[in-house]
Design a binder for this molecule. Structure first.
Ligand code: DOR
Ligand code: ZN
Length: 352
């Protein structure tokens, strides 16, 4: 197969940033995706419906400044950042405003998570409201305790936080974001959705393509550092099997997270991989590696809207098996961002 035509996909987890970075982050995402679930971990975070609406307007403004030939019609799907103090009332307003989900960042887990949740029990009334009126919880699934090894934080989160949370709120729908372990795959695959709310998971291209060796290949490679961090090969294999398999519970979320090159390449570099510019090419490489390209459309274009109860897109896009070299840098305003795979050749090219 040297051409692949699929329904235009959506990105169910992306960081579009704000200010000077927003226009360029958007340019890359809107070129390949019709819609994207936009993460609220700005500084300050998007904790209110008013802030989410204002952010959506800035995104639409930035959209207008892009060349129409460069991007298609693009719709941002907005989220709210959960704090210890998010009132249940705000959830009612969020539902009415079309906000698609509320994001749980355990405080200290990742970029701009300082205002996140310190103790999930503090959010019970708000979570009850979400379960009652059907607003999904989007989860950064890692515990933050210094006692727990970084590589075990997702597996411990399932036992200590996620499963008890689903038992306490049996109607709550959950998206386990950017899963990285076989424990997460097994949990989502086998989760009871008869007695408990529906659960799904997003999977990034980088977690499908790389294991943790990539971070240390001949030296330290900051552009492969993200959170949750890349894991061992058997975890990657489990993710690849889930993404390319038949379960409707796994779908595309790039977690493309641009940080300017100088803040990745320093003594304490930021977490995040920038993949939006070649997102579909990277997913195609992963699916092709196990002979499952025919499953890419379901993963990228069908299961996400089905979970969120939105219509599937109707346009189509084409990928061609034609080599492309990934640029060393992309200009983002006056700054530069280094993409994952910078300087390498990818086999597939997105034609639009
Ligand atoms: O690697 C990451 N980068 N993981 C996250 O959870 C946040 C993201 C970011 O915003 O940079
Ligand atoms: Zn993210």
């Amino acid at each position: 197969m040297d051409k692949l035509t699929i329904t235009k996909p959506d990105d169910w987890h992306v960081h579009l940033r704000d200010g000077e970075l927003l226009g360029d982050a958007l340019r890359h995402t809107a070129r390949q995706f019709a819609r994207a679930v936009v993460m609220p971990n700005l500084s300050p975070p998007v904790t209110t419906v008013a802030a989410a609406k204002a952010y959506a307007q800035r995104i639409m403004q930035a959209c207008k400044l892009l060349e129409p030939s460069e991007i298609g019609h693009f719709e941002p799907l907005m989220t709210l950042y959960l704090t210890d103090n998010t009132p249940p009332d705000e959830i009612e307003k969020a539902k009415a405003a079309g906000i698609v989900g509320v994001k749980l960042y355990p405080a200290g887990a990742t970029t701009n998570s300082a205002a996140g949740v310190t103790n999930i029990a503090l959010c019970d009334a708000t979570l009850a409201k979400m379960a009652q009126i059907g607003v999904p919880l989007l989860v950064h699934g890692e515990v933050t305790s210094a006692q727990i090894d970084l590589f075990d934080r997702e597996a411990v989160f399932i036992e200590e936080i996620l499963h008890p949370l689903r038992l306490r709120h049996p109607k709550l729908r959950v998206v386990f974001e950017h899963i990285t372990t076989e424990q997460a795959v097994e949990y989502v695959m086998n989760a009871d959705t008869q007695q408990l709310g529906k659960i799904a998971a997003t999977i990034t291209a980088h977690h499908l393509l790389y294991n943790r060796n990539a971070i240390f290949q001949g030296g330290i490679r900051p552009h492969y550092y993200c959170l949750p961090v890349l894991k061992r090969e058997h975890h990657r294999q489990a993710l690849l099997k889930a993404a390319t398999g038949d379960s409707e519970r796994f779908f595309l979320g790039t977690d493309s997270a641009p940080h300017v090159t100088r803040s990745k390449e320093q003594a304490c570099g930021c977490a995040g991989c920038f993949t939006a510019a070649q997102a579909l090419e990277l997913y195609a490489k992963a699916f092709d590696s196990v002979g499952k390209l025919q499953q890419l459309e379901a993963f990228a274009s069908f299961r996400g809207p089905d979970f969120y109860g939105l219509a599937r897109n109707t346009e189509q896009v084409v990928l061609e098996k034609k080599p492309q070299e990934v640029p060393h840098q992309y200009a983002f305003g006056a700054e530069y961002i280094t993409p994952l795979n910078a300087g390498q050749t990818l086999e597939w090219t997105f034609l639009g």
